[in-house]
Design a protein. Structure first.
Length: 253
């Protein structure tokens, strides 16, 4: 039986591309309502690892529990299993991936109708609630091209929330934005965390991770180097590689 204290459990996750070992034997348990931030140098395997949680990357081995579903990853999941998994996980990418020919309202309502079987009236009602939540209700009838990057990313967050996921996955959600627009997105993510949403965030925003995350994970070379309370990990890193990583961030500022 799945452990009800945990909403995500990943055990011995490996991802290989030929001889390149991108993720090495990573095990991670995440409690309901926990916010986990993953940081580390470029090429550490952070995004690859995140994408295994909803099977956008196929691990070569390991097991995965999301909500009430547990999957062995040594073999390819059936389509029905993938649908179960992806209904439980909302994902926000670096790029916004909005449909340019659809209004904001349609971008958010359509997945609800397709995935959850909601009527257009039900979907539109939920869409407006979510647009209020990301402070963009006045943009419902706008097209993505008329919005700033920060606004588009907030719409992408609303769209991911629209399928009522148990877990939200964020893959460097502010990396394509200038700092001012990035702050808009981080503010919405901060509100989600305060509301108790389970969140796993790959980010280069160390200050945000320190403030919002319950746990900070440092990855390098496909492995978890250390993890713990963000302030402890940042101020007193144990691993020499982690110390080097944080020192480089301080030196750049």
């Amino acid at each position: 039986m799945p452990d009800t204290d945990y909403i995500v459990r990943l055990k011995d996750i490996n991802v290989q591309y030929g001889t390149y070992h991108a993720v090495r034997n990573v095990t991670l348990d995440i409690r309901k309502g926990e916010v986990v931030a993953i940081v580390g140098p470029s090429g550490a395997g952070k995004s690859t690892f995140l994408r295994t949680i909803n099977m956008l990357e196929q691990p070569s081995s390991g097991s995965l529990q999301v909500g009430s579903f547990t999957f062995s990853l040594a073999q390819t999941l059936a389509n029905e299993q993938l649908l179960q998994l992806r209904r439980s996980t909302g994902m926000v990418f670096q790029s916004f991936n909005l449909f340019p020919h659809m209004t904001v309202r349609r971008n958010i309502s359509l997945p609800q109708m397709r995935v959850l079987g909601r009527s257009q009236l039900e979907a539109d009602r939920r869409t407006m609630q979510l647009l209020e939540r990301v402070h963009l209700a006045d943009k419902a009838d706008s097209y993505p091209a008329r919005l700033s990057g920060g606004q588009q990313q907030r719409i992408a967050i609303a769209r991911a929330l629209a399928i009522d996921p148990e877990v939200m996955l964020f893959d460097e959600p502010t990396s394509a934005l200038d700092p001012e627009l990035g702050l808009e997105v981080l503010a919405v993510m901060r509100e989600l965390a305060q509301d108790g949403m389970t969140m796993i965030v790959v980010t280069h925003e160390i200050a945000f991770a320190a403030e919002v995350a319950d746990r900070l994970i440092v990855m390098a070379e496909g492995q978890i180097l250390e993890e713990g309370v963000p302030s402890d990990v940042i101020r007193n890193p144990i691993s020499p590689r982690t110390r080097k990583f944080f020192r480089a961030i301080v030196d750049r500022h």
